[in-house]
Design a protein around this ligand. Structure first.
Ligand SMILES: Cc1ncc(C[n+]2csc(CCOP(=O)(O)OP(=O)(O)O)c2C)c(N)n1
Length: 273
């Protein structure tokens, strides 16, 4: 059992590709501390990424890892969980990877309530490919593909995944790595589909074109906008505009879990043959 998070890392692959001030390492650190607290075994834990700066985290992790293809991390993870239901399966994905090209896989994984933990790093832009807009950018955001300002609203990914059937939904930020660690730990121990949105900063591609600029200003903005769900519940909706509501936003037990249901169905069919 690893004694430090370094034992879950391929430090020989460092230095990593992330820019100075990027929040992806902070979020990955929260995940690793949650894994350490839970004592996750490397050979029984599969971490799947798609493609993007965020998905690239899997390349530095010493679990059983798959660096898959853009948008399809949840499809790979679903196959892995169905073949090996005893494994802990975790997906690391970006807002482009998980909510744009991979958005359909996301809602169907929620609908199935398959026992996978999905951590979506939301930096509101395509970082790896040079700053194209993602569905999470929101109105007014500037991107290489929205040089005059983006016209579309973003999804509230937590409400989307709850409505689609996820049974554990939480949001944290790179400003609050300890809270994020707790939320991720809760997601991994939850039986069923867990979705954790990790709001994080991309000072390079997002900050190049949008305010606030620079990692410190972006983190201060996150701090000012974040509000715990319990405090938010006491406020009227107009006071929650532009706030980042954090904490466990939805948790439900008792709904059937897909891999278990499918295994039970196979047993039933075999017994009646
Ligand atoms: C099928 C396919 N389409 C497009 C790409 C190019 N591509 C690679 S990463 C990426 C966007 C990644 O954005 P996001 O998931 O938000 O991750 P970030 O880099 O911001 O962490 C795109 C469009 C690809 N690799 N494969």
């Amino acid at each position: 059992m690893p004694a430090t998070i370094d034992e879950y890392l391929h430090t020989e692959h460092f230095p990593h590709i992330w820019c100075p001030g990027c929040g992806l390492g902070t979020v990955t650190g929260s995940f690793l501390r949650a894994a350490l607290e839970l004592g996750l075994k490397k050979e029984e834990t599969v971490v799947v990424g798609g493609i993007g700066c965020s998905s690239r985290a899997v390349g530095y992790l010493d679990f059983s890892t798959v660096h898959s293809i853009h948008g399809r991390a949840l499809a790979f993870a679903t196959g892995i969980k169905m073949a090996h239901p005893q494994f802990t399966v975790i997906v690391l994905t970006g807002d482009g990877d998980g909510a744009a090209i991979g958005g359909n896989h996301l809602i169907h994984a929620c609908r199935r309530n398959i026992d996978i933990t999905c951590i979506l790093f939301n930096n509101r832009i395509y970082g790896m490919t040079g700053g194209q807009l993602s569905p999470q950018m929101g109105e007014g955001g500037m991107a290489t593909t929205a040089p005059y300002g983006h016209e579309e609203p973003a999804f509230d990914l937590c409400r989307l995944t709850e409505a689609a059937g996820a049974t554990y939904v939480a949001r944290g930020t790179a400003y609050g790595p300890r809270e994020l660690q707790r939320l991720i730990k809760g997601g991994i121990t939850h039986k069923g589909f867990s979705f954790i949105e990790a709001v994080t900063q991309c000072p390079t591609e997002f900050g190049k074109r949008n305010a606030p600029k620079g990692a410190i200003a972006m983190l201060e903005d996150m701090k000012a906008r974040a509000i715990n769900a319990k405090k938010a519940a006491a406020l009227p909706p107009e006071e929650l505009v532009d706030r980042i509501i954090t904490g466990v936003l939805h948790e439900e037990t008792g709904r059937p879990e897909f891999a278990q249901n499918y295994t039970d169905m196979l047993t039933r069919v075999r017994n009646t043959e």
